[in-house]
Design a protein around this ligand. Structure first.
Ligand code: MF3
Ligand code: CO
Length: 276
């Protein structure tokens, strides 16, 4: 990981915009997760995401995203089972009972980005896969709890990694969380591995994405032929949970809060209670 370069602290107005973008991103994510069922193709789910975004007056920040000469083709990232991140919705990938799917929704609204992801079961899954999802989600909220202006980035990284490894799972090091704002990926990087007390200090007004990606056994990944999808080399299921949040004076403020919650704090408290 590189050193801190250009951290953009958000103005009052930009924070307001990011709250709106975050809520929209969370609404789309929530609705898509509720649609997941056996027999559905990942293309159908992606197109439903595109429609929702259109109805809400927001744009996908994935579709058209460039990496070198490659352009990301779908509205959302949909990664099934051993697919770790950046999966593409396709017609012939049919979800079946026992699968898991990581639904990554990244939108732009009024200039600002909201980015969030959740891995959900398709029907019922094995107890071990259920545990993988639970531990990965818990690691996100434990990491989030460390995102305080008095802390360092390594405090988040350590909280995530230690929880994952205590449970016997493997944290991925090829992809990291990131600053976010007018760009999807801003400085600094937020690794899911590292030592407490190390790295640069958080700053008030920073917006970041924390996004643990966790494999069942082996953290090693490879690229699929499509040039985007990252796969677990051992073929075992992978999980990914992500929120966009604001680091400020007090507790971290989760921006990607789903419908049904009026305040970021209520949502965070409810989620932390699940971890405990
Ligand atoms: N949440 C993903 C990330 O931060 C979104 C990627 S969009 C894509 O990397 F277009 F690159 F797939
Ligand atoms: Co992200």
């Amino acid at each position: 990981t590189k050193d801190e370069q250009l951290v953009i602290c958000k103005s009052f107005k930009d924070k307001e915009k990011m709250r709106r973008a975050g809520r929209s991103a969370a609404t789309v994510l929530d609705r898509l997760c509720k649609m997941v069922k056996p027999g559905m193709s990942t293309l159908e789910l992606d197109e439903a995401g595109g429609e929702l975004m259109k109805d809400m007056g927001v744009r996908s920040a994935c579709k058209g995203y460039r990496s070198g000469h490659r352009v990301f083709p779908s509205y959302t990232c949909l990664s099934v089972n051993e697919e770790v991140v950046h999966g593409i919705g396709v017609k012939d990938r049919i979800l079946k009972e026992g699968d898991v799917i990581s639904v990554d929704v990244c939108i732009r609204e009024d200039e600002m980005i909201g980015d969030n992801c959740r891995t959900v079961p398709v029907g019922s899954v094995s107890p071990e896969v259920e545990r993988l999802l639970k531990v990965t989600e818990e690691s996100l909220y434990l990491g989030l709890s460390q995102a305080l202006h008095k802390n360092r980035i390594g405090d988040v990284s350590h909280a995530v990694q230690s929880h994952v490894e205590k449970a016997g799972f493997a944290v991925i090091t090829n992809f990291v969380g990131h600053g976010v704002g007018r760009s999807l990926h801003e400085d600094p990087q937020i690794p899911n591995f590292g030592k407490a007390g190390t790295g640069s200090k958080f700053k008030k007004g920073m917006a970041i994405c924390i996004e643990p990606m966790v494999n069942t056994k082996n953290a090693q990944i490879r690229m699929a032929k499509d040039g985007w999808t990252a796969l677990a080399v051992d073929g075992l299921p992978s999980a990914h949970f992500e929120h966009t949040l604001l680091v400020d004076e007090g507790k971290p403020e989760i921006l990607t809060i789903p419908e049904g919650y009026d305040h970021a704090e209520d949502f965070f408290t409810a989620k932390l209670a699940e971890v405990a």
